[in-house]
Design a protein around this ligand. Structure first.
Ligand code: HEC
Ligand code: HEC
Ligand code: HEC
Length: 132
């Protein structure tokens, strides 16, 4: 489903985006952020794993979330089967944000650094009650 070419293209785009502020500031940019994994749901996991492997999530989560949305809304399919054959409920709020309930210390940390501001939060809400 995700071919090698796309993954490599993703990696290249990702590194450019991450390196850009650094190069642009002639090396004075703040160090690359460390998104925090310190949440109750992640602490409770016996295996500290995301929906797919870490490298894939870092480089491909943007496209991945689009695919999830299309599957859920266009195809009415709310179950995603990951590469290990595990079934995962398709939901931005109730799956991603359940584990990553610290949006500010996780999603935002990278996004602020990379200067991206996903428009998703115009509609989607933080399960903790505040608008994302
Ligand atoms: C079952 C809990 C769980 C769910 C659900 C989950 N994650 Fe994760 N996520 C993790 C853990 C644990 C890691 C760290 C993985 C590692 O270090 O190998 C992680 C890592 C990541 C990373 C890489 C962070 C880094 O350190 O650079 C991204 C990006 C990410 N997740 C996004 C998402 C998105 C988007 C979703 C929903 C599609 C999602 N996650 C759903 C637990 C989860
Ligand atoms: C390891 C750093 C990192 C983490 C953690 C991370 N993101 Fe991202 N995200 C990025 C980068 C970099 C981009 C910009 C990539 C691009 O534009 O191709 C991005 C882009 C996106 C986009 C597409 C935005 C657009 O305008 O195209 C969405 C949606 C998104 N992230 C959702 C999430 C969510 C939800 C989480 C938390 C669960 C999350 N991200 C966590 C680094 C991260
Ligand atoms: C204009 C409002 C709006 C915006 C902006 C928006 N969404 Fe959604 N999204 C919805 C609605 C409404 C649903 C359907 C909810 C349902 O059926 O439970 C949905 C469903 C989804 C789903 C599948 C079901 C779920 O509960 O998560 C995903 C994944 C998703 N959106 C991701 C995104 C991402 C990623 C972005 C930003 C790149 C985004 N959405 C931006 C309104 C929006």
């Amino acid at each position: 489903m995700y071919d090698r070419g796309k993954v490599i293209a993703g990696l290249v785009i990702f590194s450019i985006i991450f390196l850009f502020p650094f190069l642009y500031n002639h090396g004075s940019a703040s160090p690359q952020p460390k998104p925090s994994l310190d949440t109750p749901a992640i602490k409770a996991l016996s295996q500290k794993k995301c929906v797919e492997d870490k490298q894939f999530m870092i480089t491909t989560h943007m496209q991945f979330l689009n695919d999830w949305r299309d599957q859920a809304l266009r195809d009415g399919n709310r179950w995603y089967v990951n590469k290990e054959g595990k079934k995962v409920w398709i939901s931005l709020q109730n799956t991603c944000l359940k584990c990553h309930s610290n949006k500010k210390e996780f999603c935002d940390k990278c996004h602020n650094y990379a200067a991206v501001d996903p428009y998703c939060w115009d509609c989607h809400y933080d399960p903790n009650g505040s608008k994302l």
